[in-house]
Structures are given as C-alpha cells and as structure tokens.
Design a protein around this ligand. Structure first.
Ligand code: ATP
Ligand code: MG
Length: 677
C-alpha cells in the first residue's frame, strides 16, 4: 500500500516525500511536482502512522488548501485527511489567535479591519496626533505599518529606530493606530501574522503547546514568504525541525509585498543538515512551452540556475497574435474558445485561462465573454465595477443625473477630503429635515453656507457651482466621455488619487481604473442604440452590476478563468491566453521606472508555465487608455521567446479562413519591429 503510493512519484520527488524527519528543501522549477510532493508526503506520513493532528501544511491560497485536503482524502482516508491542518498562514494564525489572543489584551471575539476600516482609523490617528494628511499620508502610513509588521517591528521598536522626522511621525501614527485598533478589539491582516509571532516569542508556554501539537510542518510556495512568516515557522519547528519547504526562486513575484526570496535561497544555511532535493522534470507543459519558459527565465540576472525538461510531446507551436484593438483581442479569444469547445467534445470551459498583467484589463475581456455567452470566473481581483474608486466615480455621475441622490452625495463629499466635515454634514441633515431639499442643493444654500466657515465654506460653494454647471452641460447630448473626464477633473476627483494615496502604486492603480471606467463610457457612447446620455449610461452600468453578481455565484461551475498573472500562481490549464503583451503594460510601466523588471520577468515566466498544451500570447496595436485610443507597441519581453517555435498570426489565421494580406504586410514581422525599438 505504502509502496504503491510513492510509486506515483519520480525518484527525486520520492526521496523528498520519504524524508519525513529533519529539514527538507525542494527548490525546483515550475510544474516539477513540488505541490504534488507536499500532498503525497502528507499522505505517506499518514500511512506511516503519523497522527494527522501532528501535521501542519501551509498553502498560498484557501483554494489550494481545499484541493490538497481533497487529494489526501482520496489517497488515504477522509477522516484522517480532515484532521490535518492545511491552510494559508492567515487562516492558521486566525485559528491560534481565537484561542490565545487574551494574552495580548484582546478578546476572542476580535474583528478584522478591512482596508477602509484601516484608513478610517489611520485618519483618526493622524488627526489626533495633530499631523496633516499631507505630511503624513494615510496610504503611506498603511504601507509603513504593514512593512513594520511584516518585519516584526512593534510600534515601540519603530519609534526607537525612526531616523528621520518623517519616520518619527509614521512611527507615532503606528503607535496610535494600534491603540485605536486595540480599543475596538480589532486587528488588521498583518497583525494576524505578527501577533502569532509575538505570542510564540513572548509566551514560551504557548510556543511549547503548538510545538507539541505540530511535529511536522510543510510549506508550499516558500519563495514568497516574508520575514514574520519565516520567524514564526522557525520557532514552531524548533529543535525537532521536521520542516519541509518547497518553492521556486524563479517564481518569486511578491517582493513588492515584503516577500523575501532569501528565505528559500538561504534555507540550507539557516537550518542544520538540510536535505536538498532538485526536480528537473516538468510534468505540466509540452516541450515547446517549456523551451519558451526556459529561454525567458534565462534572461534573469541573479538566479539559482536550473533547466527543466519534459517527457511530453513537443506539442504545438506557441502563437503570437496581433489584433487591431483590445476589443478585437478579447473577441478573438472568445471566438477561439467557442470554436475549440464546438470542435472538441472533451474540451470544457474550465480548460481555458485568460491571463493579464493588471486588473483593469479584465473589463474588456469580461465584456466580450459576456457577449459571446461564455461563462467565466474572475480570480484575484474584485469585479471591476464593484471597486471603490469606480463606485465613487459612478456616485459622482449619479449626483449629476439625479440631484436627489443623497446617498451618492454622502459617499463622495469626503472623497477627496474637502474640509466638509461631520459638523457640516450634520448641519446639512438638519436643514434637510426642515426644508426637504436634496443635499446637492443645500450645499449651495445660504442657510447652510452661513453656518460653515473656512475651507469648508469655499469648497462647498465650489462643489455646488461645479455640479450645477455640469448638470446643465450634461443635458446636451454628445461628448459624454469627454464631459465626464472634464467633470471628474474639475471637481478634483481624478487628480486627487496622488494626493490621497501618497503610495504611488496604489494611487496609480486607482487612477487607471477610473480611466478604464471612462473608457467604458466612451464605448457605450460609440455603440449604444439608445441616446448616449448620462442617464442611459448609468442605467446600463447598473444592469451590468447585477449581471456580474449572478456570475459570481457561479464560482464552481464550468467556466473560463480570468485572472491576473499574480493570482494564477500554482495553477495549470490546458489552454492559456496571455493578453496585453505590450510596451508599458507588461512589464508594467512602474517596474520599468523603478528598476524591478526582474520581478516582471519572473512574472512572465509564471504566466508561461501555467500552460499545459496551448499557449497563445497576444498584443494589440490600439488600446483605449485614459479615455482615448492609444497606439500600442509590442512588449520587449516578446523578444525573449524562441522565434522558431512561435507562430505569428492574425486572428483570422486561427480560424482557418483567408488571412488579410494587407493587414499582415502592415506589421510584417514583430521581431523586426522590436529591433527598431
Ligand atoms: P508550480 O511551480 O507551478 O507550483 P509545481 O512544481 O508545484 O508547480 P505541481 O503542480 O505539483 O508542480 O505538478 C504539475 C503537474 O505535474 C500536476 O498536474 C502534477 O499532477 C503533475 N505531476 C507532477 N509530478 C508527477 C509525476 N511524478 N507523475 C505524474 N504527474 C506528475
Ligand atoms: Mg505548486
């Protein structure tokens, strides 16, 4: 029985699975069976008589944890599998905290602060300390605090080591923020890890208890662990040190979030007598997909050198498809999926994944899939239209279309902060009770204005004047997207992101999303059969929202996967479409600026290695950006692909119809184009 289980592993995998005592490191490339080793190793341990309660396995996502448990249940027995602790670091920590957090002054009914709670509390903390959000921006404080926690730095420690005025302010905000959270019996996400670390460190009896429980520890995707995770695991493993970690430095893609790739590279030096295992056979992809992956990652400067091989067929050539526009790109993908499903009885929607670099790129794809009636599942990102900044932008439009919309007014009057605070809002509410006038009107009313002084007064007038002006402008049909852009600029929404979120990255993403929302308006304007008015757009937007909700409920049905490359880590699909292979999109513009192109290249490697049989890359000549069509150039990353196994084609070529020679001549050879760049 035991023998037949491990027979399903190759000799190297097997040696990693069999070595259940002492530290084991599996450092190996994509698709070589690292996750499989973890799964089989747990099953093997159970067969060897290890108590399931003694096993702890960490995965990167909840979904991966669920799948691992299911497989173990199928291999050994279900009852035992259920008793194994398999989960993400966060779920593991939350379990410990519910039991032990009283030692840190919280109660077991603590709640977790989400992003907006965090920001609200940060604003309060910054205000109470008498700092301005200009000198101490909320978003920046959030990243600072997260960074401290990921690196096991407490508020007191942060204050001690703060070396600039700026950092001193940040450290004090951290301290105050933490007090407010504690007063409300709240934790943020980073606290969950940090508090468990603190419990282990400050309370030896607690550490001992969990050491006695978990004799065997396994960690998947170890290359993306951060310092606090490392320390926690190190303490828990203790002297016994039955610790098996697996990962791939080539797939380290969360450096921007505090992951430390040295955790995996230095593992043999951090622990004694480490058994190191290398896996080189890739079981996932065809020879050609693998050849492309190998060639791409070889361009990365500092890496642990490893070459993958596959016993699978060479497979089909990769395809590189150029389309005229992003809509065409989305459309050919929808067409191709429909075609594959119709010609091959065994194909299901689940076999297809569409990957992209940035969340905002999902919109056009979602739209075309919906049109084609293809079911899809959006992974690793909120539904585009339910993002906060999009909802805010829509709220700005709603108060124009419907001046009675108090809800939307209240939503955006403080976004960005314009000096119209709680007191002014209270005054508005009182006036409204008396006059029954909408708030958008009262804000320009003298009765209100006489009761508001300073910045609040002038910005109230300003707000009223701008909204009134645009209400008139929007009555005229035409130029919808243009007017929306102007309005959102004039009312200081679009340009506020860089003011509100000093964290450049966050501000840029939000701003990009709002521009993508304006792109949707421009498209509506071009395509609608109804009159292209603001009211009509908002109606279509509201319907779209409903549609998206029903789709979300279909999580587990047969559906195409839409995902960022980041969120596709660890997964595999027979068919992968990698879209938007364009200059300044992939690698991301910001990465080019701040010199983190290496991480982007690893991300490209992750994307390629998700594909089992077919990999179709695409780029487009024209993409709507910032509300207008921009000419796009192909990504420099495409140059790294082995030209001899990549078919360059137009969408038509994929459907065995006559191709358009004129169009082909227009961009003859993209490799030639790249050279010119
Ligand atoms: P990634 O780096 O993307 O996380 P991985 O190294 O974790 O990949 P797995 O997902 O474990 O790789 O394995 C990739 C695929 O290869 C899976 O479908 C797995 O079942 C299959 N596989 C791995 N090893 C073997 C084997 N010895 N025999 C048959 N199939 C295998
Ligand atoms: Mg894996």
């Amino acid at each position: 029985m035991t023998k037949s289980l491990l027979d399903q592993l190759n000799p190297e995998q097997r040696s990693a699975a069999e070595t259940i005592e002492g530290p084991v490191l599996v450092l190996a490339g994509a698709g070589t069976g690292k996750t499989r080793v973890i799964t089989f190793r747990i099953a093997y341990m159970l067969q060897c008589g290890v108590a399931p309660e003694n096993i702890l396995a960490m995965t990167f996502t909840n979904k991966a944890a669920r799948e691992m448990k299911e497989r173990i249940a199928a291999m050994v027995d279900e009852k035992a599998a259920k008793k194994v602790t398999v989960g993400t670091f966060h779920s593991f920590c939350s379990m410990i905290l519910r039991r032990e957090i009283s030692r840190l002054g919280f109660t077991a009914s603590f709640t977790i602060a989400d992003d907006s709670d965090q920001k609200g509390i940060l604003k309060q903390a910054i205000g109470e300390l008498g700092f301005s959000t200009e000198s101490t921006p909320v978003e920046q404080s959030k990243w600072y605090i997260g960074d401290c926690k990921n690196n096991t730095v407490s508020p007191e420690h942060a204050i001690r080591i703060a070396d600039t005025d700026h950092n001193v302010r940040m450290a004090h905000v951290y301290e105050r923020y933490q007090q407010i959270l504690e007063n409300q019996n709240m934790l943020d996400f980073d606290d969950m890890l940090f508090f468990v670390y603190r419990l282990f460190r400050e309370f030896p009896d607690i550490l001992e208890k969990y050491r006695e429980k978990y004799h065997y520890i396994l960690v998947d995707e170890y290359q993306d662990t951060n310092t606090v995770q490392f320390r926690m695991i190190e303490m828990l493993a203790g002297e016994r040190c039955n610790l098996c970690v697996v990962g791939d430095d080539d797939q380290s893609i969360y450096g921007w979030r505090g992951a430390v790739v040295e955790n995996i590279l230095d593992f043999p030096r951090q622990f004694k007598k480490v058994k190191e295992v290398r896996l080189e056979q890739n079981y996932r992809s065809t020879g050609k997909i693998l050849a492309a992956a190998n060639k791409v990652i070889a361009h990365n400067q500092s890496r642990f050198d490893k070459e993958l091989w596959s016993a699978k067929d060479e497979g089909e050539n990769l395809k590189l498809v150029k389309t005229v526009s992003a809509n065409d790109e989305a459309q050919f993908i929808a067409d191709m999926i429909a075609q594959e499903i119709s010609v091959d009885m065994n194909r299901t929607y689940k076999d297809f994944a569409i990957l992209y670099r940035s969340n905002h790129m999902s919109r056009v794809l979602e739209q075309e899939l919906r049109k084609a009636g293809i079911p899809y599942r959006l992974v690793g990102g909120q539904e585009f239209f339910s993002r906060k900044e999009i909802k805010d932008a829509a709220a700005y439009l709603k108060i124009i279309a419907n001046p009675r919309e108090d809800q939307s007014f209240l939503r955006i009057i403080g976004v960005p902060a314009r000096g119209i605070g709680d007191k002014a809002i209270k005054t508005l509410k009182t006036l409204q009770a008396e006059t029954r006038k909408p708030m958008t009107e009262l804000i320009g009313d003298e009765h209100f204005l006489t009761q508001v002084s300073g910045a609040g007064n002038s910005s109230s007038r300003n707000f009223y004047n701008i909204t009134s002006k645009y209400r008139t402008l929007f009555e005229e049909p035409g130029n919808l997207a243009r007017k929306v852009t102007d309005y959102l600029k004039e009312i200081d929404y679009i340009n506020s992101f860089l003011k509100i979120y000093k964290d450049q990255r966050d501000a840029e993403i939000r701003q990009e999303n709002v521009y993508e929302f304006i792109n949707a308006i421009a498209e509506f304007e071009m395509k609608t059969t109804a009159e292209p008015t603001l009211v009509n757009f908002l109606e279509s937007y509201a319907l779209l929202d409903d549609n998206d909700k029903t789709r979300e409920e279909e999580e587990n049905s047969d559906a195409v996967t839409l995902s960022t490359v980041h969120a596709s880590k660890g997964l595999e699909f027979p068919y992968v479409f990698l879209t938007g292979m364009e200059f300044n999109l992939f690698p991301h513009e910001r990465a080019v600026k701040d010199g983190s192109v290496d991480e982007e290249l690893r991300l490209f490697y992750v994307a390629i290695t998700r594909a089992q049989q077919n990999l179709i890359l695409s780029y487009t000549g024209k993409r709507m950006r910032f509300g207008e069509f921009r000419n796009q150039r192909p990504s420099p990353f495409l140059e790294y692909l082995p030209e001899e196994i990549v078919d360059k084609c137009l969408p038509d070529d994929l459907f065995h119809t006559m191709s358009n020679e004129d169009l082909r001549d227009g961009f003859a050879n993209i490799f030639a184009m790249l050279e010119e760049d």
